[in-house]
Design a protein around this ligand. Sequence first.
Ligand code: UD1
Length: 369
Amino acid sequence: MRILTVVGNRPQLVKAAAVSPQLRKLAEEVLVHSGQHYDHELSAVFFEELGIPLPDHDLAVGSGSHARQTATAISRLEPLLEQERPDAVLVYGDTNTTLAAALVAAKLPLPLVHVEAGMRSFDASMPEEVNRVVVDHVSGLLLCSTETALENLRAEGLAERARIVGDVMADVARRFGPIAEERSRIHDQLGLRRGEYLVATLHRAASVDDGPSLRRAAELLAAVAEQFGPLVFVVHPRTDGRLAEAGLMPTLEANSRIIVSKSLGYLDFTALIRGSRAVLTDSGGLQKEAYLAGVPCVTLRPQTEWLETVDSGWNRLAGLDAEAALRDLGELIARRREESPDPAIYGDGRAAERCARELVSWLEAATAP
Ligand code: UD1
């Protein structure tokens, strides 16, 4: 049995780090990198640190508008999938790479499996929401992280194709969290003491592509640093470009309570999160990674796909409202002195094994006489 997996972005590399080794115990895997992420810090470092097998093909799609990026990925994937003719195609998450691979597979057609299916923000203006909905509807097997995801799929009439396997990022967090603590020197490099700083990230189109929103976000970070600092702002290359264009970078860099860092590899970033007092982010994956590390999170978006983190009280949705963010941080940090989040809601660390087993038994059932 040959499975062709398509990755292309940082969060997909983390998920592949969990799933690829399990899949390779049961089947042959052909790994394809779209090249949507190409900087060392967003791609190569993950292969090195997480021991992901090197890709068999790199399509060098690179950056561009949604249409151009997705279209380039589609046109490079189609001949490759025709040539490889795998028994199934495996995709992760909700990026343009995921969408492109899903469309090509669905139209050839080839059986398509979606890991992290059923996530919904119910905000149709998010590019990721469009990608998720389309990918789920053209997939044959939908592997869900949570009960909420399964319920979302049920509401769209897709429950029969869905199975809950648990969260594969939780597998990676459990395995590599302690390794990160041991190996990373990030605290010394940035002159930080564990438990005394906050971490912030921003990269969503809604936060960084719109000038006024980006300015509000920068002001919010300055207000947080003023009250709770020091704050490490780990800057995605997209955000770096937008902040420079808007002339906001010099002010952030001049703030003595803000440490501006470029994107970090998995181990340094994980060690940084695990040692922090709290996290502020608009990332989906980081809300969950913070939760798994026992660190409270203030989400700089009005909604989330990871409802369990909010329901448990360890993640607050502040949008770009600085007052709300300050209030939420104060409350979460105070609560953390008394108790900590329960990581068990995202599975037992064996989600990837279940993904591989479900995939193989689904394909066997489909081809049984
Ligand atoms: C993409 C995903 C997003 C995911 C994120 C993880 C889509 C629509 N978005 O966002 O869901 O959460 O990956 O990080 O697929 N850039 C570089 N180097 C790189 C890659 C990007 O400098 O290696 C810069 C370029 O200026 C590029 C910009 O970042 O134009 C945006 O990159 P893109 O791949 O379009 O989306 P992300 O913001 O990374």
